[in-house]
Design a protein around this ligand. Structure first.
Ligand SMILES: NC(=O)CC[C@H](N)C(=O)O
Length: 309
């Protein structure tokens, strides 16, 4: 096995020299302003050590990476009843697609496409005002990252609300089938705030550590989810974490991963590491271009995979 810090330094240096960086998300104006030249990577090991390279201490909008954590939160609160409201199959469609929702009577394919994540938010909101639900979500992230400085970027949340017609359509459509119980503007308010959480690679890799460690935070000793649940969340990350690019990500990287349109990706090497990478330029399906390439290199050079010994 190669020296991890050296591998991270090499990968960051290669990323810095790469001209073909993809395109920063345009449909959320606040995200369109982000400088595409940035690249960060961080790895948290089971003993809590964090190694990193590049812009690993620069905060970015975690966007859909948050969906892994809200799924864990919903499962913790409501157990397997979550699955009566959202499926576990890859969609093969873009993250904001509406087409399957009509055929499948308002039950989204999985919790990582937008419709599914919005349904998960509706579940988390049970018995709460929107502000309380947002507070609970932030607290969960702070607890997992062991860092109380994590905040939400209100500009991003507002920017997305102002341009959120597609997500509003998804939510109304699901509500027409009875699969959203709260008022749509309340649910979207929570969803947009969850997506607007700002974290850096070091914080994000630390927050994901429980998924690499049988559901337990090995540093604090807290059992975040059961071992079986951690395995299952990893399974859904592998099959659905990159939308219609999930097969390609599994093929190239070979690890469970979850992307966001802010350019972040969380990847899990079970028993070995929790990895966060960030580069804002996206590929054609909305996944970080350099982030995916970096994870491909890291997995190869460290020999990390879920598909072999
Ligand atoms: N893929 C993503 O990161 C999408 C999240 C974004 N907040 C949206 O709803 O469109």
């Amino acid at each position: 096995m190669r020296d991890l810090q050296q591998v991270l330094n090499e990968i960051a240096a290669e990323a810095a020299g790469d001209e073909d960086r993809g395109v920063v998300a345009q449909y959320i104006p606040e995200l369109a302003k982000v400088d595409a030249k940035q690249f960060g990577i961080a790895v948290t090991l089971p003993d809590g050590t964090v190694l990193s390279a590049g812009d690993s201490a620069t905060g970015f909008s975690i966007q859909s990476v948050s969906k892994v954590f809200t799924l864990a939160l919903a499962l913790g609160k409501l157990g397997d009843s979550v699955w009566s409201r959202v499926g576990r199959e890859p969609s093969g469609n873009p993250f904001n697609s509406i087409v399957q929702l009509e055929q499948e009577k308002g039950r989204p394919r999985n919790p990582f496409i937008n419709a599914g994540a919005i349904a998960v938010v509706d579940l988390i909101m049970a018995g709460h005002q929107p502000k309380e639900a947002i507070g609970e979500i932030i607290q969960f992230f702070r607890h997992l990252a062991d860092d109380d400085s994590i905040l939400i970027d209100e500009h991003v949340a507002r920017s997305e609300t102002a341009h959120g017609d597609r997500n509003a359509s998804l939510a109304h459509f699901m509500r027409s089938f009875g699969n959203i119980h709260h008022p749509v503007d309340h649910v979207l308010g929570v969803y947009f705030h969850q997506c607007a959480l700002v974290m850096n690679c070091r914080q994000l890799s630390r927050a994901g550590l429980f998924l690499a460690s049988q559901g337990r935070d090995p540093v604090t000793g807290a059992q975040v989810v059961s071992e079986q649940r951690a395995r299952r969340i990893n399974a859904i990350m592998l099959t659905c974490g990159h939308y219609d690019g999930s097969g390609e990500f599994a093929f190239r990287v070979g690890l469970p991963g979850k992307s966001g349109v802010g350019g972040g990706i969380l990847a899990i090497a079970p028993g070995k590491a929790s990895i966060a990478v960030w580069s804002p330029g996206l590929d054609r399906v909305g996944n970080s271009k350099l982030g995916t390439a970096a994870l491909e290199q890291l997995a190869r050079r460290m020999d990390w995979t879920v598909f072999g010994a």
